[in-house]
Design a protein around this ligand. Structure first.
Ligand code: BGC
Length: 447
């Protein structure tokens, strides 16, 4: 079977990673503006103050998207750019930037996919307890209302949260991401409850204000399990692991978040794992959180292998010595794409988009001025072919977004890792499409 008719080919970015203009035109501070100022937090103390300067180069960047030929562009709105204090006052100039971006995309026949939250939380709200504050779901709903009223006439695709796994885990457990405050599991669980309520209230607002919208969320599948040999036993084990978790990996598992966001309940393992630390959800709250979504996003980069040892025992996560890895050090595991999609679809039967897939590489500008990235092309081609296999096996996949359009600020890794299909020379802000850009251009034309 082939891609679905009208399959969406796209690419993605997020606000803090590309925009820059951190203090301009009335923008408020985000937790990332503050966190990156603490020396030692980020690789070589890089910050997103300027990033790809996309705020000032938006038209040039959209022209490049048009040259690429994508049908859709996924970007996120910076909450403190449109609401400097997180609640109350609205920053018209910030809204205007996104409104202009949307118009520019539509002028080029590119459909905007808006992520409401890709981690740049308003710092003023963090100072009030952030996602632990019982008012946080209402804060998020009011912010959704501002965005929906401003762009709802032109933007029909929304993603409420990007990877709730990552900003909770890295932000409040490992503390390698903003705001970098260590909380015990009980507090993080309370936070998860509020985030889930925020998601539910946001979906309700979107349905009310943009009745013809399509809405979903975008978890990461970092723990996507895949059977090295595709035997029944290994496949079943991979599915079981995918839909489960233990006390040390619950926060980053897709099972925890999918049960919460898609079914409106804490995963059945939670009561045993957390006892009285597990927050309660009333029936009303469950319905609010678990209201039907139009699609689910999946951000897939890598997965964990399930194999047999020489003596026939099941082994998790062992790859051959010297197995290929990306610039950031993640193993290259294309089969994870097939199995994550298949296992997700078999469990939830919800149409999905691959909202992120891509790799960082040690890209350089060659003597002839070009950027050759054969390993990225190979990575993308392998993942696309595994995705197609999942489609052939019945998964309803609506579209695919490469992460990322531009090299950008890779969170705690600063500018050290390059994920883009367009190279950014941060000294001059010159954009150089890499070979993978032209390869993708061809895929879009020919698939
Ligand atoms: C995030 C992106 C990030 C990418 C590569 C995803 O977890 O959504 O913001 O740049 O992975 O690390």
């Amino acid at each position: 079977m082939d891609w679905k008719k009208d399959f969406i080919w796209g690419t993605a970015t997020s606000s803090y990673q590309i925009e820059g203009a951190a203090y301009e035109d009335g923008k408020g501070l985000s937790v990332w503006d503050v966190f990156t100022k603490e020396s030692g937090r980020i690789y070589e103390d890089h910050t997103g103050e300027v990033a790809c300067d996309h705020y000032h180069r938006m038209k040039e960047d959209v022209a490049l998207l048009a040259e690429l030929g994508v049908g859709a562009y996924r970007f996120s709105v910076s909450w403190p750019r449109v609401m400097p204090h997180g609640t109350g006052e609205v920053n018209e100039k910030g809204l205007q930037f996104y409104s202009d971006l949307v118009d520019e995309l539509l002028r080029h026949h590119i459909t905007p996919y808006v992520t409401l939250f890709h981690w740049d939380f308003p710092n003023e709200l963090e100072m009030q307890g952030g996602w632990l504050n019982p008012s946080s779901p209402e804060w998020f709903a009011s912010y959704t209302e501002i965005v929906a009223n401003a762009f709802g006439d032109r933007v029909k695709y929304y993603i409420t949260f990007n990877e709730p796994q990552i900003f909770t885990w890295l932000g409040y457990d490992t503390c390698t991401h903003a705001p970098g405050i260590k909380y015990p599991a009980g507090r993080i669980l309370a936070m998860c409850r509020n985030i889930a309520l925020a998601h539910g209230m946001s979906v309700m607002k979107l349905r009310e204000l943009v009745p013809d919208c399509r809405v979903g969320y975008a978890p990461t599948c970092g723990n996507a399990y895949w059977p090295v040999e595709e035997t029944k036993i290994l496949a079943a084990k991979a599915k079981e692991l995918q839909n489960s978790f233990g006390s040390d990996d619950w926060i980053r598992s897709s099972a925890f978040w999918n049960e919460l966001f898609l079914k409106g309940r804490f995963h059945e393992k939670c009561r045993d794992l957390f006892g009285t630390d597990l927050p309660e959800l009333t029936d009303k709250e469950r319905l609010l959180i678990g209201q039907p979504l139009d699609f689910c996003g999946m951000n897939i980069y890598q997965g964990t292998s399930v194999s047999f040892s020489d003596t026939g025992e099941l082994v998790i996560g062992k790859l051959p010595v010297g197995h290929g890895k990306t610039g950031i050090g993640w193993p290259i595991t294309p089969k994870a794409m097939y199995w994550a999609v298949k296992n997700f679809y078999d469990t939830y039967h919800l149409p999905l988009y691959i909202t992120e897939n891509g790799m960082s590489a040690l890209d350089v500008i060659s003597l002839d001025g070009q950027v050759y990235d054969p390993c990225r092309i190979d990575y993308l081609a392998r993942h696309l072919s595994e995705l197609k296999r999942a489609v052939s096996d019945g998964a309803e996949v609506e579209g695919y977004f490469i992460w990322s359009f531009l090299d950008n600020f890779e969170w705690d890794k600063g500018y050290d890792d390059r994920f883009g299909i367009v190279y950014v020379d941060y000294e001059t802000q010159r954009r150089i499409p890499k070979d993978s850009f032209y390869w993708y251009q061809n895929v879009i034309k020919s698939e």
